[in-house]
Design a binder for this molecule. Structure first.
Ligand SMILES: C[S@@+](CC[C@H](N)C(=O)[O-])C[C@H]1O[C@@H](n2cnc3c(N)ncnc32)[C@H](O)[C@@H]1O
Length: 297
């Protein structure tokens, strides 16, 4: 029962069962699963657990993230040993001294060994502010130290299970357009890009050194059109922003209530709807069925 081993902005743990259900309706199963915006991989791990994936090609434009997945896949024990060392050294310090150790590890930009590089990223992910991932113009991780009292830095079983799930998968550090071009009819593609921000001040699009701007959203729609034209079934999630609805106006769209909540006018917390776009009815019977349980738009 593998689960994500990273905290990742926009993690899709809550949407995963719905996506599993959509994909599971395909009459012939999936030849190969593609996830071009892998992040924390919540949907990939959920599909694995549901036994729906035989073969997968996973990608993200963040090369350090992909290198971490590769190290966990190929050498889980090496990553566990290196992370155990970091974790022990951090937790052995008084809480007022842990920040110093965090910044020492954060400054180690030049590590070469894949197991140590992966352990550093995992360590920073568990001890930084809110599990954010942000790099400066040099590509150096620059999130400040977090405020967890007793963080679980190493979960060896989770890393071993993830390693077993990742065995045999392809991992690519690349732009989504390359990952989509690889998909074939009979495969399935799930796309979870950085969301179009609902408010002008939202920082949620800052995942790597480059922003994912509206020109990228348009490029992604073109890639989605191309998948549709080639008969490759695909689902895409995004924010329910009018401009995104407009980009995908020719596709089946449904609003999915997400567990994530925001304070609305100080009057309690309201669930936010997100958008799920599907080409299943247009990619001609390769997978599919009509949406259920959610509100069509
Ligand atoms: C919303 S997150 C994916 C979250 C993931 N579904 C999860 O459950 O954790 C978006 C991901 O897209 C990646 N990304 C940003 N721009 C990209 C691009 N042009 N091509 C591929 N990946 C990109 C980011 O590095 C980030 O990991």
């Amino acid at each position: 029962m593998a689960k994500p081993f990273l905290k990742w902005a926009g993690g899709k743990g809550k949407l995963a069962p719905l996506i599993v259900e959509r994909i599971g309706r395909g009459p012939n199963g999936i030849n190969r699963y593609h996830e071009p915006f892998l992040g924390g991989g919540a949907v990939f791990f959920a599909l694995q657990e549901a036994g729906l994936i035989r073969d997968a090609s996973l990608a993200d434009s963040n090369p350090d993230l992909i290198a971490t997945y590769q190290a966990v896949r190929d050498d889980a024990e090496g990553v566990i040993a290196a992370l155990d060392t970091l974790s022990r050294r951090y937790l052995a310090r008084e809480s007022s001294q842990r920040g110093l150790y965090y910044y020492e590890v954060r400054n180690q930009h030049r590590l070469r060994r894949p197991d140590r590089k992966a352990a550093r990223l995992l360590f920073l992910n568990k001890t930084c502010y809110n599990g954010l991932y942000r790099v400066n113009s040099k590509g150096h991780f620059n999130v400040p130290h977090g405020r967890y009292v007793n963080p679980t830095i190493l979960d060896a079983d989770r890393l071993r299970e993830a390693s077993a799930s990742l065995a045999g998968t392809e991992l690519h550090a690349e732009d989504f357009a390359e990952a989509c071009a690889r998909a074939q009819p009979g495969d399935f593609v799930y796309l979870d890009p950085p969301y179009q921000p609902l408010s002008a001040t939202s920082q949620f699009t800052k995942y790597t050194s480059g922003d994912f701007g509206f020109a990228d959203q348009e490029r992604l729609r073109d890639a989605f059109d191309d998948l549709t034209a080639r008969g490759v079934p695909a689902l895409l999630s995004n924010s329910s922003h009018p401009d995104i609805h407009d980009l995908y106006r020719d596709y089946d769209r449904e609003l999915v209530p997400m567990g994530r909540a925001i304070n609305s006018n100080g009057r309690g917390r309201a669930a936010i709807d997100e958008l799920l776009v599907s080409n299943l009815s247009r990619a001609e019977g390769k997978a599919g069925g009509s949406p259920a349980q959610t509100q069509a738009v």
